[in-house]
Ligand binder design. Structure first.
Ligand code: CO
Ligand code: ZN
Length: 348
């Protein structure tokens, strides 16, 4: 297993653990935001939060302005109904597969925890949301209503585990991106060739909503999403040329964006110059904040750095420590490149 920088990774592990274990389904990112603000504030000139809850952490500098965005929210469920026996009915927040929830524990913001189970089914394919319920151990409807209201959200309840060079947790998507940005901010030198804003966005899992208003407000010259991507290296996985442990992925496209060729090429050149391993990513489903950023105002040349991740949107998302360390290093070097001001119509 490639160990890029053991000291930095060990220090970063605590940060990753705190971030992935925090509660933060889409629209309920406050706890994650407070944690990140605390961790990043000494590495930047100023921080602020916008109306939707996006956190901005700015290193002032000359033009151009680079925007790096990682989303704080995670997938979860929302309570739609409480029955007479105190069982909760739930609906998904973001892309949640019902079969991955059966037997899992879910926790609410107030700490109430329960387990998901299902009504009688004849075949696994009948397992859909109406068949699922969440049991919080309430003795009846009144007991359940004492703690839970319709519209309350819960997220997966899973500890962070270091598997020895690989990390497993819920919400790696995209707290690992948040951790990478916090660590990159920490490592930047006192003087930068241009301004940088780290954005920790809200509501990505329900449609890139936070990044939309964040990019509008910031008016960046270049945009970069930092998020997880799928891999093709597990048994009978759909064909995909990204594997765990082969380096961060430089995105070519996903369903939300065709990455700007100049941004993509400059990232590739930077990786090669500094001998940082990287992979090229074509993701056939899913999107990232870059999808929203590049369509902001008159258009923002954008790209994305992805951390390869197994079992995305499951209770046990897995990333490689070397990929994480190399993603930090790549972002650090990208920020130290003197980016030209984008000229309109530069295109492909
Ligand atoms: Co996701
Ligand atoms: Zn994500």
């Amino acid at each position: 297993m490639k160990k890029f920088n053991e000291v930095a990774i060990n220090k970063m592990e605590t940060l990753i653990k705190e971030l992935v274990e925090a509660y933060g389904p889409s629209g309920e990112e406050a706890a994650v935001r407070e944690l990140i603000e605390e961790k990043i504030k000494d590495s930047v000139d100023r921080t602020f939060t916008d109306n939707l809850g996006n956190l901005f952490a700015i290193r002032e500098g000359a033009a151009p302005l680079l925007m790096f965005s990682a989303h704080m929210d995670e997938i979860g469920v929302i309570v739609t109904h409480i029955d007479d026996n105190g069982f909760l009915r739930i609906a998904p927040i973001g892309g949640v597969a019902p079969h991955l929830l059966v037997g899992q524990r879910l926790s609410f913001k107030n700490g109430v925890t329960g387990t998901v189970y299902h009504e009688k089914i004849k075949a696994l394919k009948e397992l859909d949301w109406p068949k699922l319920y969440l049991d919080i151990g309430a003795a009846g409807a009144a007991a359940a209503r004492e703690h839970i209201r319709i519209g309350d959200m819960a997220c997966l309840h899973q500890p962070f585990v270091n598997l020895g060079g690989r990390y497993m947790a819920k919400a790696m998507d995209d707290r690992i991106g948040c951790a990478v940005l916090v660590e990159a901010a920490r490592r930047l030198p006192g003087s930068l060739p241009q301004g940088v804003c780290f954005v920790f966005s809200v509501q990505e899992e329900v449609g890139l909503r936070g990044a939309t208003t964040a990019a509008y407000r910031l008016e960046p010259d270049y945009g970069f999403a930092v998020d997880v991507t799928l891999v093709g290296d597990t048994p009978e996985a759909p064909l995909m040329a990204v594997s765990l442990g082969q380096g961060p992925a430089i995105k070519v496209k996903d369903r939300s964006v065709l990455c700007h060729p100049r941004v993509r090429e400059l990232m590739i050149e930077t990786a090669e110059k500094h001998k940082i391993p990287y992979q090229l990513e074509v993701l056939e489903r899913g999107g990232t904040d870059a999808g929203a950023i590049h369509l902001s105002r008159e258009g923002v040349p954008s790209g994305a750095i992805s951390i390869p991740c197994r079992y995305v949107h499951s209770p046990s998302e897995m990333v490689d420590a070397g990929d994480v360390a190399h993603a930090v290093e790549l972002i650090e070097k990208i920020i130290m490149v003197s980016w030209p001001l984008p000229d309109s119509g530069s295109g492909a």
